[in-house]
Design a protein around this ligand. Sequence first.
Ligand code: PLP
Length: 404
Amino acid sequence: MTMTTTDVKALESRYVLQNYKRLPVVFERGSGSRLFDEHGRSYLDFISGIGVASLGHGHAGLAQALGDQASTLSHTSNLYFHPLQGELAARLSALTGLQRAFFCNSGTEAVEACLKFARRFWNAKGDRQRTKFVAFTHSFHGRTMGSLSVTWEPHYREPFEPLIPGVSFASIDNVSELDRLVDATTAAVIVEPIQGEGGVRPIPQSAATAIAEGCRRTGALLIADEVQCGLGRTGRAFYSQALGLQPDLMALGKALGAGVPIGAAMFSERVAAAAKPGDHGSTYGGNLLACRAALFFLHELTANGLMEHVARVGAYLERSLRDIASRQPAITSVRGAGVMWGLEIDRPAAAVVDAARDRHLLINRTSDTVIRLLPPFVITEKEIDEAMPLLEAAIATAVKGAQG
Ligand code: PLP
């Protein structure tokens, strides 16, 4: 590579849509839980491309599988059968308990498919009143028009209004509202079992119970958005299971392709039964390359002990974070599970992210005051031991900086 950071920045600022505020570092290579910048400097990656690089970087087995697939066949479209889509759907069906899969390329597309087929279900029954959705405060479901419509923070939504009508937001902390909001016009309730972008908030058990009750009372469908917290990230397959939720539809993405873009919407048989050829589709969705990546990831997760590894290192990470919190009074809450954690602090978290990067630890911030950690599933206790002093020093520095 010969481009300097200055060259990269100049080209991007001239030709790339300026919708991202990038941090001033150029990564050129990765290995396991580490990234290397253009000067060859190593960083511990505790954000893994926002929860995507589940197997870490430069994974030899994944590279071999993808190389093999790319040299055999990458894409044929959904005009034809290919050998991998059914196999992947069967694996996801076994893992989720939902019988059928639709493949797409991102989390937001998986959510769109869930919203569309929740409506399609009622439409096929001839119930044209049931078109509404109930979502929650602090939710984030993606950036396309449907997903955006059920995303809570006004700053994501308002510049693009009008969005789809008939969406109401219930407070995740005061679920008594659900009695009023979920009714015979509700197509579906959509919830993230752990709200990710909204501040790494596992939803309270009382909320989960009220959601299940609201759906039972009215027949409304339940959509679990497991894009960020699902697929083993919490040390169990899906966090909705921990909450006793039984969704009719589920959105998946992020970790599934271990870096290759793929999303999936999962449907119960009765929801899937409403789908007719031509109702929905995707040119790329579920192509051979993406399916091969996802099959490789799922094999690691379920047959090679990765889920148990996440449960083990996740418990270790939790203890380490709570230790830090016991020494750093700026931390007001430690939330999460497995390899998905948020540290709420009593001030904006951006300074901590910068101070951590100065120490070659990559984390990010979500919802202003929350430090988020999404290390790769393959993170080790040794790497956690290496990262924790860097994180604590970054928090201490940011707090001192703010006071000084
Ligand atoms: N749903 C949840 C819970 C997410 O966290 C995200 C992304 O952060 C999305 C949906 C959207 O996924 P994508 O950015 O792949 O479209």
